[in-house]
Ligand binder design. Structure first.
Ligand code: MG
Length: 302
């Protein structure tokens, strides 16, 4: 009898401690899978092969576009669209560059994602290419297709320029875009013919030549940045690891026929907007609350 009470008490304590003490390394499976598995690598190679096949189709079909705003409504529209030079829009993180060493560092050291460490990592320009990405980009460039890298990396932000371990006055708003360009150039994603590196990369919260914020570019919704290309280019493919790399819709439901054709989504179980949807628009939640919401979201057997 005494032993039964002990077992029951232990069971009660255990269920309580899971809720109260979420595992510190909740992302271990996701990051291990992305860094080490052949399955992840094969999926990325396959996605880029799909992109190449669809690029060929798009180049043979002048009415093909990935932007809903560009879908021609008339024969005149279609003719005008076909005269625009083709372009491909790629996200950067977990689409062409892998940030997994940074994610692994966060995990191993129990660190939260914060701009200061993120910008220190970005400044080193040491990210390696996602499998398949570089071959695809070079294939597209050889066909005369322009590549645009549209990322929610911040164009400006806190950066410990003098490496003294803190953000001093004057370090709150440092221009960060050159770091990303350096990384893309180091690997061969840039330069490309006919367009500057600065114009090829379109980050969040960029400013115009007068130092003013570009309208609609301050948000993680990429619609304004995608549409900024529509007057000059026929955008034939959108690729990224988050729905918002491709559409402002919260679900993949509308326009289902586009997935795997002009819209190509890549896997990323480690982080992304999918998590924010679980957390709701409530701002910053504690690690415990995030863990609880993930548990609550599960569809369970019984
Ligand atoms: Mg990404």
């Amino acid at each position: 009898m005494h032993r039964l009470y002990l077992i029951l008490a232990a069971a009660l304590l255990c269920s309580g401690c899971v809720a109260a003490n979420p595992p510190q390394r909740i992302n271990l499976n996701a990051i291990t899978w992305m860094q080490s598995s052949g399955e992840y690598r094969a999926l990325m190679l396959g996605a880029y092969q799909t992109a190449r096949d669809n690029l060929d189709r798009a180049l043979h079909d002048p009415s093909w576009t990935a932007l809903l705003s560009q879908v021609p409504a008339s024969a005149e529209d279609a003719e005008a669209l076909g005269k625009l030079p083709p372009a491909v829009v790629l996200d950067i993180d977990e689409t062409v560059l892998s940030t997994m060493p940074y994610q692994a560092w966060l995990l191993k050291n129990h660190q939260p994602f914060v701009p200061v460490s993120w910008h220190a990592w970005v400044s080193e320009a040491r990210e390696e290419a996602i499998p398949g990405a570089l071959d695809f980009v070079h294939y597209a460039m050889e066909k005369g297709v322009r590549i645009f890298y549209l990322s929610n990396r911040a164009a400006w932000g806190a950066f410990d320029t003098n490496r003294n371990g803190r953000i001093d006055p004057g370090e709150e708003q440092v221009e960060l875009k050159p770091f990303t360009i350096t990384n893309l150039v180091r690997l061969g994603f840039l330069p490309q013919p006919g367009i500057s590196n600065e114009d090829s990369v379109r980050l969040r919260a960029e400013r115009d030549a007068n130092g003013q914020p570009k309208e609609g570019w301050a948000t993680s919704d990429k619609t304004a940045r995608r549409e900024s290309l529509a007057a000059d280019y026929r955008v034939v493919l959108l690729m990224g690891d988050s729905l918002n790399d491709i559409t402002a819709h919260e679900t993949p439901g509308p326009h289902q026929e586009r997935w795997g054709r002009s819209w190509i989504l890549l896997p990323n179980p480690a982080y992304g907007h999918w998590e924010r949807r679980l957390y709701g628009a409530t701002g910053k939640l504690s690690r415990e609350e995030k863990f609880r919401r993930k548990l609550d979201s599960l569809d369970t057997w019984q």
